[in-house]
Design a protein around this ligand. Structure first.
Ligand SMILES: NC(=O)c1ccc[n+]([C@@H]2O[C@H](COP(=O)([O-])OP(=O)(O)OC[C@H]3O[C@@H](n4cnc5c(N)ncnc54)[C@H](OP(=O)(O)O)[C@@H]3O)[C@@H](O)[C@H]2O)c1
Length: 359
């Protein structure tokens, strides 16, 4: 694979820092541009982040002296310096939508962590193991934007990255109803226990906008390309409650599911064990070898023990059993800032490079 020059828009933030660490030694991607708000532009990366560095590894040496560019003013210049950008910015939804389109129209593809374009019908929302074929909609999006190379692709919300991977491979049994309760880590809010001390010894039963995303976004993943857009599926029917718990990283989900044709427990476990997606077929650098990992022990998966499985890119599942109201219940776990944020976006970029969309 040839090397791609990349930029990180929002490089100083929580997700941006994660991108920087994941890309430090990436075999395909070379970080050439770091950009953030006008408040930070002009400083070196080290000056900008040393007081708010939240990663467990040091600031990447290669990036420490890069001068931060202005994410909103330097679009054309940035587009001329890189093959594509990763984007994770804290701005309002309309501003993010406009900014990402500006990069795409400057012929710079955008691999986005933001939610702003998840509902745009010709923007693929990719989980590379599940719906890699949705990338084909990029052609229609380019037509709408009037671009040759430029496009936007997004990753789904972190909350669903345990239960959707577990359920999607079971689609052939006709999944009717899914009830899920998520127990979500504080890093999902861009916080640590130092910056959010109220979360120590506490549970907050509300995460703004999260339940809607957890119920609606899966329907785009189950959707189909129809002409110039992705038509969302109308089933499975999802209902969700999302709860913030005192955990640094790792979102747990407790899932109940009802099928049209109820599979056996053995069938489900076998499907999980054997499942391989496009990311595994293409042997993408960030793809976990074993995507879905079932644990037989009653007290697994545990957040601290399992969240870093395969560099935080694998999904852990456990406690599959019959339910009195639904057919089955089980629990699942995914790393929210790796699989659920920057890692998932890096994997999506690898997929798009391997499939020729970044040429
Ligand atoms: N945290 C997570 O786990 C997570 C997971 C999935 C998705 N996301 C999404 O990813 C995005 C970033 O989240 P985060 O937690 O990394 O936020 P964050 O830590 O607050 O970082 C925000 C970034 O956006 C930049 N920014 C703010 N205002 C800007 C402006 N007007 N123009 C250009 N850049 C601007 C900031 O630059 P300055 O340093 O210059 O202010 C910073 O680099 C959000 O859309 C969030 O919803 C987060």
């Amino acid at each position: 694979m040839k090397k791609f020059n990349v930029g990180i828009i929002g490089a100083t933030g929580m997700v941006g820092q994660r991108f920087a660490t994941l890309l430090e030694n990436h075999p395909w991607f070379d970080v050439k541009v770091l950009a953030a708000s006008p408040r930070t532009a002009g400083k070196t990366y080290k000056e900008a982040v040393e007081k708010r560095w939240a990663m467990s590894t040091p600031i990447p040496e290669k990036m420490a002296d890069l001068v931060i560019m202005n994410a909103t003013e330097d679009v054309e210049k940035i587009a001329s310096m890189v093959d594509f950008v990763f984007c994770a910015v804290d701005m309002n939804k309309d501003e993010i939508k406009a900014l990402e389109e500006k990069y795409a129209k400057a012929e710079c593809p955008v691999v986005s962590n933001n939610s702003a374009h998840r509902g745009t019908p010709d923007v693929p929302m990719l989980l590379p193991e599940l719906n890699a074929d949705h990338a084909k909609i990029i052609e229609a999006q380019r037509k709408r934007l009037g671009t040759k190379r430029g496009f936007i692709s997004v990753k789904p919300n972190c909350s669903l990255q345990g239960y959707v991977p577990a359920l999607f491979p079971l689609s052939k049994f006709g999944i009717k109803d899914v009830l899920v309760c998520t127990y979500q880590a504080i890093s999902g809010a861009g916080k640590t226990f130092d910056t959010w001390p109220e979360m120590v010894d506490n549970v907050i039963p509300f995460i703004g906008g999260e339940e809607q995303k957890s119920e609606q976004e899966p329907l785009k993943i189950w959707g189909k390309i129809e002409g110039d857009h992705i038509e969302n599926a109308t089933s499975p029917n999802f209902t969700a409650q999302c709860i913030r718990v005192p955990v640094s990283d790792g979102h747990m989900g407790a899932v109940f599911a009802r099928f049209e044709n109820k599979p056996s427990i053995e069938e489900i476990k076998e499907i999980w064990k054997e499942y391989k997606g496009r990311a595994q077929e293409l042997e993408l650098p960030s793809a976990p070898k074993q995507f879905l990992n079932y644990f037989e022990e009653d007290n697994m998966p545990q957040t601290k023990l399992c969240r870093d499985l395969e560099n935080g890119m694998a999904i852990s599942i456990g406690r599959l059993r019959e339910d009195t109201q639904y057919d089955y219940k089980f629990v699942c776990l995914s790393h929210n800032t790796l699989r659920g944020a920057a890692g998932g976006a890096v994997l999506m970029a690898e997929l798009l490079c391997a499939e020729g969309y970044m040429d």
